[in-house]
Design a protein around this ligand. Structure first.
Ligand code: 1PR
Length: 532
């Protein structure tokens, strides 16, 4: 039996799923007694250091946790569960103390790169450890964080990783191990590492592979637009410039759970589900969609993002739900990140009207509880051409692809409700406002390019990427492997998303990654994920 510490503010579903996939049972801590009697403790953390420590204090868990650590019983901390072991964190610069088991502190990234550090990066193993048994040492693991630990004593460092700075990405002190990366989201390598913790065999992995510097991979994201077809079945569909109907029927390109599993096994670095009719339906009543997420998260161990319909909602009985409640339900069902589309536009418009943060918007509320890294803003823009910048108040770009009347400038108009309604807001401003309000990533679609197979809108991606510091996922238009190379060569986007070419089996994820190898840093699968 594995004991799991869920302090109530984080998303622990993924960790439970990963442990259960290894045939182990999980007992979630519900009181001090569970901590006192635990034999193997896993502490996954998500959110904010200060609120985590406050909750641990309020529940009187701190002394029991310290006793557990001092007794040297097996412990695995993940992400914030690593930070908790330290004395203090810049994330809570007041007097909030950590557990102080490892001397040192937690520091915010102060680097010239996008923060949060999101994606797949390597580790440099600094000392032999059994948790790396069966691994080569050059695998990549999934990171998502804005702060990193700085141990006082170098001998506590298990691994380091480079991201603008070389930081400790794992620590080990006796039986106490903690990682900055998420093994539960790191595909076969992460599951292998978890297995080593749960069922220790004999021996320790010697250091066989020494990297000089680890590198963050560009991510390849498979996107599944999901909705009910006219017969009421939930299907993966795909539009041409957002029109998903062909001869009057909703295009059916497969079943969501099966397709997600296939893409995971092929090496997708992330899977995104967009509930594309979520703007008009209420997600909490969409049980099949929740089931898709639950089923998928049971055997897909890479990050899952879900979007569609995340906003405040009043149901037919007059009961009000906040966007935070909707998001929480998605997290509980297995999502790692949620994406907000239409509501983000309305929030940004309100912010621009008043210039004030209310703290009440879905972006601010979800960010406060789950952290910026859990919120993706999905932007659905389309080009509006103008012959000169003074014809509009919006942020314009000079374009090489001229308009129908030879216009040399355009702005990117935000839309809501799946592209049905254009708004008086441009994509660059939307991205900037959402970053200010606490979003952690931008999913940048482009209605003009969607489903066209003509390549990404490089001008749009550069314009948005250069105006924010959070990571950007380039989306819409991928038609061949060269388009992925082009987007990574010509822009600083951290990820490239595609849908149609994968669903229609025109290009596979391994083909994309093989083409990119030696050109762009990617996560290559040396073993099939199935062998996890
Ligand atoms: O507004 O918060 O309810 O969220 C709704 C979400 O559903 C938004 O993220 C919006 O982008 C998405 N959506 C709504 N309608 C459609 C549609 O197609 N009719 N899908 C839609 C947008 C997602 C794209 C697509 C890429 C790549 N499609 O990400 O996957 O363009 O396609 P390609 O590689 O085939 O070119 P809310």
């Amino acid at each position: 039996m594995i004991t799991l510490l869920d302090y109530g503010a984080g998303n622990v579903r993924s960790v439970i799923n990963a442990i259960e996939s290894l045939g182990q049972k999980v007992k979630v801590v519900s009181g001090i007694d569970d901590l006192l009697s635990a034999e193997k403790l896993v502490f996954p953390g998500v959110g904010n250091f200060g609120s985590m420590m406050r909750i641990l204090n309020d529940k009187n868990y701190v002394d029991a946790l310290k006793d557990y650590l001092l007794s040297d019983r097996p412990f695995l901390g993940i992400c914030l569960g690593l930070h908790a072991l330290f004395e203090k964190s810049e994330e809570a610069p007041d007097t909030t103390k950590g557990l102080g088991f490892v001397p040192g502190h937690v520091k915010k990234f102060d680097i010239n790169l996008s923060v949060p550090h999101i994606g797949w990066n390597g580790v440099n193993i600094k000392k032999p450890s059994r948790i790396f048994n069966g691994l080569r040492g050059d695998e990549k693991f999934y990171f998502v964080h804005s702060f990193y630990v700085v141990p006082d004593d170098e001998s506590d460092v298990l691994t380091t990783t480079n991201y603008g700075v070389e930081f400790a990405s794992g620590i080990q002190k006796g039986n106490i191990t903690a990682t900055q990366f998420h093994p539960e989201k790191s595909g076969a390598a992460g599951i292998n590492l978890l297995k080593n913790f749960l069922e220790p065999g004999s021996g320790t992995k010697a250091i066989t592979h020494v990297l000089t510097e680890t590198r963050l991979s560009k991510r390849i994201v498979a996107c599944l637009d999901v909705r009910s077809n006219d017969r009421g079945d939930l299907v993966v569909t795909k539009g041409d410039q957002y029109d998903v109907r062909e001869n009057g029927n909703v295009r059916n390109l497969g079943k969501p759970v099966e397709l997600a599993r296939t893409y995971y096994e092929q090496g997708a670095d992330e899977i995104t589900f967009l509930n594309i009719t979520g703007f008009r339906d209420f997600p909490l009543e969409d049980i099949p969609m929740m089931d898709v997420l639950k089923q998928t998260s049971k055997n897909v161990f890479v990050p899952l993002t879900i979007g569609g319909g995340i906003r405040d909602y009043t149901d037919k009985h007059g009961r009000k739900y906040t966007a935070l409640e909707v998001a929480t339900e998605y997290f509980r069902s297995g999502a790692d990140k949620i994406s907000i589309g239409s509501d983000a536009v309305l929030i940004a418009e309100a912010y621009l009207r008043t210039g004030k943060k209310t703290g009440n918007s879905s972006i601010e509320q979800i960010s406060k509880v789950y952290g910026a890294q859990a919120i993706v803003i999905s932007i659905d823009p389309k080009r509006v051409y103008v012959s000169s910048p003074d014809q509009t108040t919006h942020q314009v770009i000079k374009t090489e692809k001229k308009g129908p009347l030879g216009e040399e400038y355009c702005w990117y108009q935000c839309t809501i409700k799946g592209g049905r309604e254009g708004r008086d807001l441009d994509a660059i401003t939307l991205a900037q406002v959402c970053e200010t309000l606490g979003a952690g990533e931008i999913l940048l679609n482009c209605i003009d390019k969607d489903g066209t197979d003509s390549g990404y809108d490089i001008e749009l991606i550069n314009a948005v990427k250069n105006s924010v510091t959070i990571p950007v996922i380039a989306s819409s238009g991928a038609g061949c492997v060269e388009h992925f190379y082009e987007v990574f060569r010509k822009t600083k986007a951290e990820s490239a998303l595609a849908a149609g070419i994968f669903h229609r089996k025109e290009v596979s994820i391994p083909e994309v990654k093989n083409y990119l190898s030696h050109k762009v840093e990617t996560r290559l699968l040396k073993n099939n994920q199935k062998k996890a």
